[in-house]
Design a protein around this ligand. Structure first.
Ligand SMILES: [Zn+2]
Length: 170
């Protein structure tokens, strides 16, 4: 299958699928989640998302936030991008910690059981500034360590580095 970078975060993903007769593409990104993208918005992303360093992280996080409250996938349009770039910002570390605890809770496993976490997906969900093209996860690890220090979660002793697990003990 063809591979191309996500126009939002630049993570490599399967090539977008055109949705017939809509001038819209369907994309599925490990970091940003599933979203539909109009061709006009695609051009806007290509031309303008690189103009401010945090735009990629803010946009991916905004898509994940909408998908988590409504029926995925979110449709990304020029107007929506304009609004996100004008008003959007990344969550504070406290908000990121809250999102992560909520995510662990929603995994719906018995208290004390391990929840397998995909850091790439969680950097988008939590809205950290980590650059996926360099496989950065330090923003995510910061939140994990803060919650470990408060004894709200535990981390498995020898996790697979590509997919650490956290444990909700709250
Ligand atoms: Zn992405």
């Amino acid at each position: 299958m063809a591979i191309s970078p996500c126009p939002v975060c630049e993570l490599q993903l399967a090539a977008p699928t055109p949705i017939p007769n809509t001038r819209t593409l369907a994309l599925n990104c490990h970091r940003c989640g599933s979203y539909d993208l109009t061709l006009e918005a695609l051009h806007m992303l290509r031309d303008e998302i690189g103009r401010q360093p945090l735009r990629r992280a803010i946009t991916g996080h905004a898509i994940q936030q909408i998908n988590s409250t409504g029926s995925a996938p979110h449709k990304v349009t020029q107007d929506w991008l304009q609004s996100v770039w004008t008003h959007g910002k990344l969550p504070s570390p406290q908000e990121q910690a809250d999102i992560f605890i909520k995510y662990l809770g929603a995994a719906n496993v018995p208290s004390g059981s391990w929840v397998r976490c995909n850091p790439q997906h969680l950097t988008g969900l939590l809205g950290t500034a980590d650059d996926p093209t360099r496989s950065e996860t330090s923003g995510f690890v910061f939140i994990v360590n803060a919650l470990k220090n408060r004894a709200l979660i535990e981390e498995e002793s020898y996790p697979d580095p590509r997919s650490p697990r956290q444990q909700a003990t709250a």
